[in-house]
Structure formats: structure tokens, C-alpha cells
Design a protein around this ligand. Structure first.
Ligand SMILES: Nc1ncnc2c1ncn2[C@@H]1O[C@H](COP(=O)(O)OP(=O)(O)OP(=O)(O)O)[C@@H](O)[C@H]1O
Ligand SMILES: [Mg+2]
Length: 405
């Protein structure tokens, strides 16, 4: 056998929830196993019920096996979501032997949801459902069956306090795709994130809004994340980020306040604490801004978690803005990585970021200076290229005030 030959791109089954399809790499792959993890009540069952309902309406044979809720409960949810008429086969079962027996039937389903893997058990093992041995044995059996019969297996997995999928880590190794459904209970946004994918990229996210009729896809997350922003407030800066293949604008909020304590407080929501310390240290050491004795709070508005170093510059701008009490011009976006000597480093896909900002009505962008001669492709807004963090600090020391009016 060789690597070259036979196999073609796996055919994919689009669910019709385009955010879900994109996170999976373009749809569900038959014979593959997908694990969806998330905090209690975040909306895992809702998401998968909506997905199979859409698939079933499109003609796929779908089965939803619930080990957590009674049939009536699932039906009630389906009614609330307006999905009662979808021909999804519904079952409540926790004994894996029963489930396997019905999936072995003459007509194999195309898509099977197991909600959740922690409630399933095989009677050959003594341990209780949810234990490492049970979770592993059940998953193994189901995955083997999915591969053999070619159906898509969607497993729901609970998340422990530490934020990992309960049960063995090995569960994540066994499946082809691991998705995390996250979000803040206080916000209606839900983010679906691929942390492992054998059939696609893993940095892709899908954005949903939880409403009383279920999860609604958010086609334009930037507009949503910026919806509650108030212009001309010191300490606020809009970051032009990239999540997966998609540009996404988010507001970064900083509050720098004199500390009443010997050890100043640092609180960060949605970003990395270590990275914040670094930006503060660079502002201290390279720009002469003595911020490290202050309490510093940083928040990424809307409940998004940013992992990109490209947010450094926007964080720095928000910090300086708060410290100086000078608002950043409300029509400005910022992106760039900051190095330890205060240099502003180039980041990936600047054109896409600028384009998204222009699309949303922003008029200026503060971006890293480029070494290459290629300017930003036909920049649709005013671009201010900076080479050092000091240039950004200067925006708030006079250079800014006439522009901010
Ligand atoms: N009647 C309702 N009206 C509006 N929203 C509702 C209603 N009932 C439930 N919800 C929303 O659905 C969410 C629960 O969704 P779901 O049951 O899909 O979560 P889950 O992740 O499967 O939870 P669990 O871990 O308990 O299985 C609730 O947090 C709530 O936001
Ligand atoms: Mg559930």
C-alpha cells in the first residue's frame, strides 16, 4: 500500500449550522467520532439536538440517545426549539449493550448522538458510570462501531472543575475531533472551539447566541462583540484579531488605579496574565511609564478569550489610555505584537484585519511597521504604522489629542 491512491477527500455531511460545520472543517465526516465538551448548562444538548434535527430534516437518519434526560424532557426542548417535526429517532438508554444492539440493526443510522458519554456503562465492568474505565470502554466500543458502520458519532462530554473533559484524557486521544463549547453564563454568546481535529484546522471558532428559541448562529461576531461599546472612554481599545480563518474585532478594557496595597492587584478576564505582566514591564522599562505599582484590571468584552500575541499592542494602548485618562479615538483599531525591547512586531494577516475594521466603519488602524516594502493592500482606512511601543504611548501625549476631537 502507498500513501498515494484510492482515498479521496472524505465526503462531508453539512449540518446546516454553518458555524458548527466550519469548526469541524467543513461538515461532519462519516465514520468519525466527535467529542463536544462544555460546562453544565452551557448548551451542549441544545447544540447537538439542533444539529441532528437539521440533518434529519435534510434526509439523514439520525439517532439521539440521551442518558441524562427522559424522553419527555428532550421532547419539551425540541418543542421549545421548534424542532418537534424533525424525524430524529429518540431513545433514552445508558446500557451500552442495548445501544450497540440497536445500532447494529439492518439500517445503520447516519448520525448518532450520545448525551453524555459519562452516563453510559458496560455491564462487564464493575465500576460505576462516569469512571475512567467505564468512559473508556464505552467510547471505545462506540467508536469502533461508528468506524465499522460509517456513521458520525457525536459524544457529549462533561467538563470537570479544572476545565478538562471528565474521564480520562485518553478520551480526547480516541476521538477524531474535540470541540469545546464555552461561554460566560452572564453573556448570551457561546463559542465553539476546536481543540483537536483530524479533519481540519484547530484554531477555528464558531459563535452562537443563546436565545429562548435555541442557539442562533452569529454571522458577524465583530458587530456583536462591539455592540455595547461606548466611544470615548479612557481605557478602551478595539483589537483587530483573527480567530481561525476569521477576523474578529473585540474591545479590550483596562483599568489602572492607584493601589492601596503593598502588592498591587492584577485581574485579567479573557487574556493571559503572564502576557499582561510582560506588557506592563515593557511599558515600565522601555517607555518610562510607572504602572507596575498600580492595580491593573483587564477585560476582553463579550466573554471572548484571546490567545493571540497580536493583542499586545491593543492591551498596551488600553492601559496607557486608562493611566493617562485620555480616550483612544473611537474609530481606531489596533493590533501588533510587542517584544521585550518595546519593538512592535508584525503579525499574520494584517490585510484581513484592516479590511474587517473598514467594513465595520472604523477609520484608522494602528499597525506594526512593515519591513517589506509592500504596503497594506489598498488600505481602505488611514493606517498609522508604528515601530516601537513608545509611538503608541506618544499617541496619548499630545499627538493624540488633536486627532481625538
Ligand atoms: N425555557 C427556556 N427558555 C430559554 N432558554 C432556556 C430554556 N431552557 C433552557 N434554556 C437555556 O438552555 C441552556 C441549557 O442548555 P442545554 O440543556 O443544552 O445545556 P447542556 O450543556 O446540555 O447542559 P447539561 O450539562 O446539564 O446537559 C440553559 O442554560 C438556558 O440558557
Ligand atoms: Mg445536556
Amino acid at each position: 500500500m502507498t500513501l498515494n491512491g484510492g482515498g479521496v477527500e472524505p465526503p462531508r455531511r453539512a449540518t446546516g449550522l454553518s458555524e458548527l460545520d466550519r469548526v469541524c472543517g467543513g461538515g461532519l465526516v462519516p465514520g468519525s467520532a466527535l467529542l463536544v465538551g462544555g460546562d453544565p448548562g452551557i448548551g451542549k444538548s441544545t447544540l447537538l439536538l439542533q444539529a441532528v434535527a437539521a440533518l434529519a430534516t435534510g434526509g439523514a437518519r439520525c439517532a439521539y440517545v440521551s442518558g441524562e434526560e427522559a424522553v419527555d424532557q428532550v421532547r419539551l426542548r425540541a418543542r421549545r426549539l421548534g424542532l418537534s417535526n424533525s424525524p430524529v429517532m429518540l431513545a433514552t438508554a445508558t446500557d451500552l449493550r442495548d445501544i450497540v444492539a440497536s445500532l447494529e440493526g439492518p439500517q445503520a443510522p447516519d448520525v448518532v448522538v450520545i448525551d453524555s458519554i459519562q452516563t453510559m456503562f458496560v455491564d462487564s465492568l464493575d465500576s460505576a458510570p462516569g469512571t475512567v474505565a467505564q468512559v473508556r470502554a464505552c467510547a471505545q466500543e462506540l467508536i469502533r462501531l461508528a468506524k465499522r458502520r460509517g456513521f458520525v458519532l457525536l459524544l457529549v462530554g462533561h467538563v470537570t472543575k479544572e476545565g478538562v473533559i471528565a474521564g480520562p484524557r485518553v478520551l480526547e486521544h480516541m476521538v477524531d475531533t474535540v470541540l469545546y463549547f464555552e461561554g460566560d453564563r452572564g453573556h448570551q454568546f457561546r463559542i465553539l472551539r476546536a481543540v483537536k481535529n483530524r479533519f481540519g484546522a484547530t484554531d477555528e471558532i464558531g459563535v452562537f447566541e443563546m436565545t429562548d428559541v435555541g442557539l442562533v448562529e452569529v454571522a458577524n461576531p465583530s458587530a456583536l462583540f462591539l455592540a455595547e461599546r461606548r466611544g470615548n472612554v479612557a481605557g478602551s481599545c478595539v483589537f483587530a484579531g483573527i480567530e481561525g480563518t476569521r477576523p474578529m474585532l473585540v474591545e479590550i478594557q483596562a483599568l489602572v488605579a492607584p493601589s492601596a496595597m503593598g502588592t498591587p492587584r492584577r485581574a485579567v478576564v479573557g487574556w493571559d496574565t503572564g502576557r499582561l505582566s510582560m506588557v506592563l514591564a515593557v511599558l515600565d522599562a522601555r517607555c518610562g511609564l510607572a504602572l507596575s505599582g498600580n492595580d491593573v484590571y483587564l477585560n476582553v468584552a463579550g466573554g471572548l478569550r484571546i490567545g493571540e500575541p497580536a493583542a499586545d499592542l491593543a492591551v498596551a494602548a488600553a492601559l496607557v489610555s486608562s493611566a493617562t485618562g485620555q480616550p483612544m479615538a473611537a474609530d481606531t483599531v489596533v493590533f501588533g505584537e510587542v517584544g521585550l525591547s518595546g519593538e512592535v512586531r508584525a503579525v499574520s494577516q494584517p490585510d484581513q484585519r484592516v479590511k474587517e475594521a473598514a467594513k465595520l466603519g472604523f477609520a484608522q488602524a494602528v499597525v506594526p511597521r512593515r519591513k517589506a516594502k509592500t504596503p497594506l493592500a489598498a488600505a481602505p482606512l488611514t493606517v498609522r504604522a508604528v515601530g516601537h511601543l513608545q509611538d503608541v504611548v506618544a499617541l496619548f501625549q499630545g499627538g493624540r489629542s488633536e486627532r481625538a476631537t
